[in-house]
Design a protein around this ligand. Structure first.
Ligand SMILES: NC(=O)c1ccc[n+]([C@@H]2O[C@H](COP(=O)([O-])OP(=O)(O)OC[C@H]3O[C@@H](n4cnc5c(N)ncnc54)[C@H](OP(=O)(O)O)[C@@H]3O)[C@@H](O)[C@H]2O)c1
Length: 294
């Protein structure tokens, strides 16, 4: 039987009351020429209202151009960008640069991209500055309420979140933690921890990233066939059913259009995906060397 697919318009409420569209377009590796511009343009024409970019993706100008041309009221859009590791000592200047490229007065969400503060001169971690200091700079901007409407982190483990939350001078809990998660990396402890702290989990690489093993996984493929949907729609729908934000990336028009169409998985299929790594092992695709500095 065909599943009932529809454009997903679900919004998740952050603990400050702001609402974040549950499906957002990922834009990592959409850098060359006008690839990100075209992707964002296609996405906005086809129901997306949430775009995820980052200074290091080198496509904020393209994203900004597509947003400006779309003519969608600003308050209907949710735009996230991220502070790069080498900019931890100049948060406001880096944000201003991103805003300029995005042609925006504010971003809806500003994230510390990685819990690693790197000295750009030595390419090594600073000895006198870490992500707690960086977070305090984000807190200041958030409290002013002008250039950032929400702040959060990315790639933070429970241990790092605990360090952050227990640090002197930290009085804003991150609204979001953006981490890799998909059926081969369900992160159950982190998932429960974030729920307990009211921190929204954003699922990055939700399709398993480039050359994903998930598209060939027999369980995913069977669920897709049974419901007459694409494997990617199974994966996005699973993330939605788990109550996370989900950021599928594509630069292919037909995929951008289909990835935002979701359906409700049966209880059995949802459970089969929850337990996929028991059978096929845990797979993490994103683990850059700088993340292991400490
Ligand atoms: N915070 C962080 O550190 C971090 C790290 C990684 C990612 N992210 C964010 O999360 C987003 C998503 O993660 P990701 O880019 O790693 O990977 P992803 O969204 O899991 O997968 C993207 C890959 O899947 C392909 N794809 C997309 N839709 C498809 C479909 N319907 N059928 C078959 N293949 C499909 C894409 O190909 P085409 O593009 O060629 O169509 C691309 O190769 C990123 O773009 C970024 O915004 C954040």
């Amino acid at each position: 039987m065909s599943a009932q697919l529809s454009i997903n318009t679900k919004k998740i409420t952050l603990y400050n009351g702001n609402k974040i569209p549950a499906v957002g377009l990922g834009t990592w590796q959409a850098t060359e020429d006008d690839v990100a511009y075209k992707s964002v343009r296609t996405a906005l024409k086809n129901g997306y209202r949430h775009i995820d970019t980052a200074a290091i993706y080198k496509n904020e100008e393209q994203v900004g151009k597509a947003i400006a041309e779309a003519g969608i009221p600003r308050n209907e859009l949710f735009v996230t960008t991220k502070l790069w590791n080498a900019d931890h000592k100049k948060v406001e200047a880096a944000l201003d640069e991103s805003l300029k490229k995005l042609q925006l007065d504010y971003v809806d969400l500003y994230l510390i991209h990685w819990p690693v503060s790197i000295n750009p001169e030595t390419n090594k971690p600073y000895t006198d500055h870490d992500f707690v200091d960086t977070w305090k700079a984000l807190q200041k901007l958030y409290k002013k309420g002008e250039k950032v409407k929400a702040i959060g982190v990315s790639n933070f483990t429970i241990k790092k979140l605990e360090k952050l939350l227990n640090a002197d001078g930290v009085d804003v809990v991150p609204l979001v933690n953006q981490v890799e998660t998909h059926p081969l990396l369900t992160q159950p402890e982190l998932y429960d921890y974030l729920k307990s702290k009211n921190i929204v989990l954003e699922a990055y690489s939700p399709l398993g990233s480039t050359d994903s093993p998930l598209f060939k996984n027999e369980v995913v493929v069977d669920i897709a066939k049974k419901n007459k949907v694409e494997p990617a729609q199974v994966l996005v729908s699973w993330a939605i059913q788990r109550d996370t934000v989900v950021l599928p990336k594509s630069v292919t028009e037909s995929r951008i259009i289909s990835n935002i169409k979701t359906f409700t998985l049966s209880k059995e299929d949802f459970e089969a995906l929850n337990n996929l790594s028991d059978k096929f092992g845990v797979v993490r695709t994103c683990n850059p060397p700088f993340n292991n500095f400490d």
